[in-house]
Design a protein around this ligand. Structure first.
Ligand code: ASP
Length: 406
């Protein structure tokens, strides 16, 4: 997209978020009438995901040429994901121990919310099982990206061993990838109106500003803990961008369209087409972005990991249950895994939190405390999730064998 258009669009999307919030705040339920416009935009974004991810990963892996490069790239990517997710959880635990948002609430009992009821049997083995799908079409239909990505990596590797026959299939996927990116740039022009409707409609369904404010106030310190933890992690990622990837503030500015879309949609998967496009405009090497960003959108969720750790500790404090250092270590490990297992869709983190709560024996009923504000905090953590992927692509770019001379 031409630079001038990108600047105008960024301005328009920023205005859309603000005016959307103001309209939803003051006109409340009346905004539900335009919620369908937001849904239309969201559907259009979702429509892009499957062909885009499959074509990007297949053409990206093949363009690496030597399979040993993929090993190196994969190694750096996984190392980056794990270390930044671990930092995020530590920040979450630190904030919750300092602020103590649940202390003195003296909650007992409660009912298990509908959203997580029946999910008690979700375990860590389910996360591994979700990586390989017995039915790729079904995974695609349910936008479960991880099995599709893993399949695409191996499929592409196989194609590179087939000579001329493989080359023609790869050329096909290259073409599909470029056509999809073209569609995404067109779709971006609709983002301001779509995001306006999404933000206004969601606040409208929360009953407008006043009702929403009362809900936030009830768990005010929890909201403060999560948002300040997320802000701290956002800044930490910026430092990684600066010192490790050697990029500056312009990288962040160019990513803002994707970050605001993440805020508007609360879905890293739906934002994925824009994340890819913005990274490309930031001159991230195609080989790095086609591989790391799709994978990151489903397994690298720093915001979700931070949120899960902070929320579980909040529940413990609210129920007056003391968490020892050993139990916090269990929270550290399970929150990381739960974030890897969470899908890039709205409020997925709330469901995988069951894994963390069960690991330390806390009541699932505690999730009820978080329900009313979860959709709101989801937007902040999704923004951090997408920012983590964007920084990851820049880091991987820097370590590609032919890019690290500078
Ligand atoms: N909504 C988040 C995402 O799409 C996942 C979550 O934390 O619920 O990245």
């Amino acid at each position: 997209m031409p630079h001038r258009h990108a600047v105008i669009l960024l301005f328009a999307i920023s205005v859309a978020v603000i005016t959307g919030a103001v309209s939803g705040w003051f006109w409340g339920a009346a905004m539900l009438d335009i919620a369908w416009i937001g849904k239309l935009f969201l559907n259009a974004l979702k429509m892009m995901i499957i062909p885009l991810v499959v074509a990007a990963v297949i053409s990206g892996v093949a363009s690496m040429g030597d399979i040993r490069r993929l090993e190196r790239l994969g190694g750096i990517t996984v190392l980056y994901y794990l270390s930044t997710t671990a930092i995020a959880v530590l920040i979450g635990l630190l904030m919750v121990n300092i602020i103590q948002p649940g202390a003195g609430l003296n909650i007992s009992g409660g009912i298990i919310p509908e959203k997580v009821a029946g999910k008690e049997a979700t375990g860590i083995s389910d996360i591994f099982l979700s990586m390989i799908s017995p039915n790729l079409i079904k995974s695609a239909a349910e936008t479960k990206l991880l099995p599709l990505i893993l399949f695409s990596i191996f499929f592409s590797a196989a194609l590179t061993t087939l000579g001329a026959k493989g080359k023609s299939v790869l050329d096909f996927f290259d073409g599909v990838n470029e056509a999809m990116m073209k569609l995404v740039t067109w779709l971006m022009y609709l983002a301001p109106i779509g995001i306006f409707a999404l933000v206004a409609g969601r606040l409208g369904s929360a009953g407008g500003g006043e009702a929403f404010w009362n809900e936030i106030r009830a768990v005010g310190l929890h909201v403060v803990t999560v948002i300040s933890g997320l802000a701290l992690h956002f800044a930490t990622l910026f430092l990684i961008l600066f010192f490790v990837a050697r990029r500056g503030a312009d990288y962040l500015v160019n990513m803002l369209r994707a970050l605001l879309t993440a805020f508007g949609t609360a879905s890293s998967s739906a934002t994925l087409p824009l994340t890819l496009e913005c990274a490309r405009e930031n001159n991230v090497d195609e080989r790095a972005l086609k591989f790391t960003i799709p994978l990151g959108s489903t397994i690298n969720m720093d915001g979700t990991a931070l949120y899960e750790a902070a929320a579980v500790m909040f529940i413990a404090q609210a129920y007056g249950i003391d968490m020892s250092i050993g139990q916090q270590a269990i929270i550290f490990i399970t929150a990381t895994l739960a974030a890897i297992g969470a899908a890039g869709i709205p409020e997925a983190g709330l469901v995988t939190m069951v894994i963390v709560l069960e690991a330390v024996g806390l009541p699932l009923e505690g999730i009820g405390l978080l329900l009313a504000v979860d959709w709101f905090l989801d937007r902040f953590r999704t923004t951090v999730n997408v920012w983590g992927d964007a920084v990851g692509a820049a880091v991987v770019h820097r370590f590609l064998p032919d890019n690290n001379k500078a």
